[in-house]
Write a protein that binds this ligand. Structure first.
Ligand SMILES: C[S@@+](CC[C@H](N)C(=O)[O-])C[C@H]1O[C@@H](n2cnc3c(N)ncnc32)[C@H](O)[C@@H]1O
Length: 278
């Protein structure tokens, strides 16, 4: 029994099912669930689609499992469909919700005070023009992706636009993370993993940027008893190993050249995995 917490198009679940596993495929996006359920119908009773957030996996899947897999972020169908409002490359409603519930991006911009919006753009986007951008967004209250891109372009002086990425990349990443409460959900999943895994079970998480990778690394290190050393300098250290988990990846696993050129989105992927001891 495996939980695929980010079912998406069902690629990972398909590989797990083909290897003989029973899979609970969780996704908050009803369209992903529908498409993946059709793709995986041939596995019959071994595939269980579940609508919900992976942060709630402990209540969504009422038994201990042998594995938890998370492949974080948005899927290609979400990103590439203008009507979902994730992409600064296509015009569409400024939505950005992975699921069908909660506040859209346009509503989030309208609700947040300017200083809080600036903090979101700074913290989740690492955008140094966050204050200017928040001011423009609040002044214009964009309803479409292109109107939001336009606000960013007006806020960032032309000579300061990045060369390697779109000027709106960081702002869009930040808004997407906030709309979907991505980091809160990740923290909830990291807290749930020790409860849902059976002894000998494994958790593997693929992250795409440091805001995701940092908490995964920290939580996995803590589970493996490798937390930061709190001993004051100069005092003798007695190491006790009473960890319940062991790391399966000493360093994050990254895509090789062949995979990265086949699938450019894999370039920034980092995989970390742990195993619960029996
Ligand atoms: C990168 S895609 C996964 C692709 C999948 N591994 C595959 O093989 O096709 C991420 C998926 O996870 C879903 N997702 C992201 N965060 C989620 C969360 N907190 N709860 C449930 N689903 C989530 C998204 O809706 C999206 O469909």
């Amino acid at each position: 029994m495996i939980i695929d917490g980010t079912l998406g198009g069902g690629g990972h679940s398909e590989a797990l099912l083909a290897a003989g596993a029973t899979v609970y495929g969780i996704d908050r996006d009803p369209r992903a669930l529908e498409a993946a359920s059709a793709r995986l119908a041939r596995f019959g009773e071994r595939f269980h689609p579940v609508k919900g957030e992976f942060g709630a996996m402990a209540s969504l899947v009422p038994m201990k499992v042998q594995g938890v897999l998370l492949d974080l972020g948005v899927s290609s169908p979400q990103l590439d469909q203008p009507s979902r409002g994730f992409s600064f490359m296509h015009d569409g409603p400024l939505d950005m919700r992975m699921g069908d519930q909660g506040e859209t991006c346009a509503e989030l911009i309208a609700r947040l005070p300017e200083n809080e919006l600036a903090d979101v753009i700074y913290q989740y986007g690492d955008e140094r023009f966050s204050r200017h951008i928040a001011r423009e967004l609040k002044a214009r209250l964009p309803q479409t992706t292109f109107a939001a891109v336009d606000a960013v372009k007006r806020a960032v002086p032309r000579g300061k636009w990045p060369r390697d990425i779109n000027v709106a990349t960081r702002t869009f990443q930040a808004l997407r993370i906030a709309v979907n409460r991505e980091l809160e959900n990740l923290e909830a999943a990291l807290a749930a993993i020790p409860q849902v895994l059976a002894p000998g079970g494994r958790a593997a998480i693929i992250s795409f940027h440091s805001l995701e990778d940092r908490p995964v690394k920290k939580a996995f290190r803590a589970l493996c008893g490798e937390g930061p050393d709190q001993t004051p300098r100069g005092l003798p250290v007695i190491r006790e190993t009473k960890a319940d988990f062991v790391a399966l990846t000493k360093k994050a696993v990254v895509a090789g050249e062949a995979e990265a050129s086949n699938n450019p989105r894999a370039r920034s992927a980092k995989l970390r995995a742990v195993e619960k001891l029996s």
